[in-house]
Design a protein around this ligand. Structure first.
Ligand SMILES: Cc1cc2nc3c(=O)[nH]c(=O)nc-3n(C[C@H](O)[C@H](O)[C@H](O)COP(=O)(O)O)c2cc1C
Length: 196
């Protein structure tokens, strides 16, 4: 039997009063219902990363900065696949998310990335389009099926359930594709280490 795929769900927004946790918890509920997945939530507000970088390829000098990275990097490395939960900020995605992406390299390689995006008018889709190019540079594979929640403040009830069943359908479609790619790439990495 195939071992469940281990995914890291990265919650990108860190703003006071953010809606990100509602969206991420809804997605985690979907993940929990599936026998083919285990999920780890990485909330960038709870595990913030330094914003001053060392020389390329070097570890940060400050022990505090190394400790911040130690709370995130091994969890990304352990993941077979990722779901990025991102709002749209000013036609793109939040700086907190770019910072977390840029701190890492090999952790992303030859792994799939799915998106749950949300926003106002945009449904977060411009954030996703920017992220696709970033993850291609990092040798990751982005998933075609995307969850996009337009006017996110009206999309969940008080229990955190999606008001529109189409959102649940979209989450399932994205996770189905993520699992397909995640299993395929996990097997490929085991067969032959990815050379980048
Ligand atoms: C700084 C900022 C910029 C935003 N820019 C956009 C935008 O360009 N397009 C859009 O559809 N919504 C935009 N919004 C609306 C957000 O996507 C929406 O408020 C969402 O809830 C933000 O995610 P958060 O609550 O997890 O922080 C913006 C919100 C903020 C705070």
């Amino acid at each position: 039997m195939t071992a469940p795929l281990h995914i890291a769900v990265i919650q990108g927004s860190t703003r006071d009063g953010r809606l990100g946790p509602v969206v991420a918890n809804w997605l985690l509920t979907h993940a929990a219902e599936r026998p083919d997945l285990t999920a780890d939530l990485i909330d960038l507000a709870e595990t913030p990363l330094p914003t001053v970088f060392p020389h390329l390829g070097q570890a940060p000098e400050r022990a505090e900065d190394r400790a911040l990275l130690a709370a995130v990097s091994p969890r990304l490395a352990a993941a077979d696949a990722f779901v990025v939960v991102t709002p749209e900020y000013n036609h793109s995605y939040p700086a907190s998310l770019k910072n977390a992406i840029d701190w890492h390299g090999r952790e992303w390689q030859a792994k799939p990335v799915g998106f749950v995006a949300y926003g106002g008018f945009s449904a977060g889709l411009r954030a996703v389009e920017h992220l696709r190019g970033v993850f291609a540079e990092l040798h990751a594979v982005t998933i075609r099926e995307t969850v996009g929640l337009q006017g996110v403040w009206g999309k969940f009830d008080e229990s955190g359930r999606a008001v529109d069943p189409a959102a649940d359908t979209a989450a399932k479609a994205m996770l189905d594709q993520l699992v397909w790619w995640g299993e395929a790439l996990r097997a490929a990495r085991a067969h032959k280490p990815y050379a980048a």
